[in-house]
Design a protein around this ligand. Structure first.
Ligand code: URP
Ligand code: ZN
Ligand code: ZN
Length: 465
């Protein structure tokens, strides 16, 4: 079995920081010892990675991606191959993507289709959540089977009538089933029925530009849906994880529920922390690059999101990576914002944007690792295999240079999309060496991995309760 030692770095986990050497045997971390100690100095290895002056952190766990998602008559532009390679460049070593059950079809068929897309091509490890697009007696029964085989979380939509939408009765039934079988319900909380009325009215009044996407998807309709989801979960006696929270008032709903002791959790995404309706209003059709749902909010909302991350009213930052090229894909919505495919690229940028947040004083270093690595792993049943640096954990490790300067750009990123949502942004910090299960997959900007190295990871039920 090959042995690698990472020497001299500052190891950062959600729980602690220590100057330690890390010994990897095969695919796993087997020991940590204080740098310079007799124990560490006695280690022999096939490969020594010098991390002096650098951080050694767990590989990022991005619990919300959509590779190759069919949406709005097109398909997300990153394949599992290109998207996971880009993730690796950005220091993310596990993704949890969303398999889709379409209307009239089974969970099994949807899950099999996503396995087919991902098998043999991923650069890093991957798991699946299941989107429940058609809640009925048969799919409710199938939820139990999926939980048993390691697909332990289910996304429901209060938005997108006619596509993924579930009504309150369907939501309640799925939550009841989740309460019984341990599956965690993830909610897209926006009142889609009301939004569709506002979309129709906006278009009829000639308001067709991308910025109206943000205006019709009103903050109140995110807050209302969040409140309703909390109450339905309370009735069902199930935990709830609200995805891509963007509005201050939705954070307030989660905080209130948590203050009442309810097992309610929230995720936000870098786009809501760094971008705003100003981007949606960019001239020409540029705003289309920033169309996602929930939508970007006025920048005043960002303070509430950062605060929520600090107070643990929000526990996770995922990307909701769902890229569509500007040319030929976002352009489908010229003259009608409701036809712009929803989603932003970001799987490559998340770890660095959050490291910048450490430098900017929004987060501590350990909180950075907690929201980007440890908690997503615990929330979705991958801990401590993923999300930490400890004996027995997978050697998904990032040697991170906290002083490296970069300018984010589509010209240099590795995601298969023709623009960057963060174009021109200067960031300090970058992954230098990335290991996935003990194999170096990225070193100094060079890809050393291979399609198919990434392995499917069945998950246990939520470990965060
Ligand atoms: O705009 C988004 N978020 N697209 C992906 C689908 C979803 O709702 O997560
Ligand atoms: Zn969603
Ligand atoms: Zn999503």
């Amino acid at each position: 079995m090959s042995r690698t030692v990472i020497r001299g770095g500052l190891v950062i986990t959600a729980a602690e920081e220590m100057h330690a050497d890390v010994l990897v045997e095969g695919e796993q971390v087997v020991a940590l010892a204080a740098t310079g100690s007799d124990a560490a100095d006695a280690w022999t290895a096939d490969r020594v990675i010098d991390a002096t002056g650098l951080y050694v952190i767990p590989g990022g766990v991005d619990a919300h991606t959509h590779m190759q998602l069919p949406f709005g008559g097109t398909e997300a532009s990153d394949t599992f191959e290109t998207g996971t390679r880009a993730a690796a460049f950005g220091g993310t070593t596990t993704i949890v993507d969303f398999a889709v059950q379409s209307v009239g079809s089974s969970l099994r068929a949807g899950l099999d289709a996503w396995h087919d897309k991902a098998a043999g091509v991923c650069a890093i490890d991957y798991s699946f959540h299941m989107i429940l697009g058609d809640v009925n007696d048969a799919s409710l029964k199938e939820m139990d089977l999926l939980v048993d085989e390691g697909v332990t979380s289910f996304k429901l939509f209060m938005a997108y009538p006619g596509v993924f939408y579930s009504d309150d009765g369907q939501i309640l039934r799925a939550m009841q089933r989740g309460a019984a079988n341990g599956g965690l319900i993830m909610m897209h909380a926006e009142n889609g029925i009301a939004i569709d009325v506002l979309v129709e009215q906006a278009l009829a009044a000639g308001r067709t530009d991308p910025r109206y996407h943000g205006e019709v998807r009103r903050e109140l309709l995110e807050a209302e849906a969040t409140h309703r989801a909390v109450k339905l979960s309370q009735v069902a006696g199930s935990p709830l994880y609200v995805v891509h929270v963007s509005a201050a008032s939705a954070v307030a709903e989660l905080a209130k529920a948590r203050d009442e002791g309810l097992p309610v959790f929230g995720e936000t995404c870098p786009q809501y922390l760094y971008l705003s309706t100003d981007n949606l209003a960019e001239p020409g059709f540029e705003g289309a690059k920033y169309v996602c749902s929930t939508p970007l909010r006025p920048r005043e909302h960002q303070a509430a999101l950062w605060r929520g991350l600090r107070t643990n009213d929000l526990q996770v930052v995922s990307t909701d990576h769902c890229p569509f090229c500007f040319v030929g894909q976002k352009e489908l919505g010229r003259g009608d914002f409701s036809k712009i495919p929803n989603g932003l690229p970001g799987v490559e940028n998340r770890m660095d944007l959050l490291h910048q947040a450490v430098l900017d004083g929004h987060l501590t270093r350990r909180r950075w690792i907690e929201i980007a690595c440890a908690t997503p792993a615990r929330m979705f049943g991958l801990y401590p295999r993923k999300g930490t640096v400890a004996p027995g954990a997978d050697a998904d490790l990032v040697v991170y240079d906290p002083a490296a300067e970069q300018t984010v750009s589509a010209a240099t990123h590795h995601m298969n999309v023709d623009y960057s949502a963060y174009e021109g942004r200067r960031l300090t910090g970058r992954a230098r060496t990335v290991l996935s299960r003990g194999t170096v997959v990225v070193d100094d900007g060079v890809y050393l991995g291979r399609p198919g190295h990434g392995r499917y990871q069945p998950r246990s039920t939520c470990q965060y309760l």
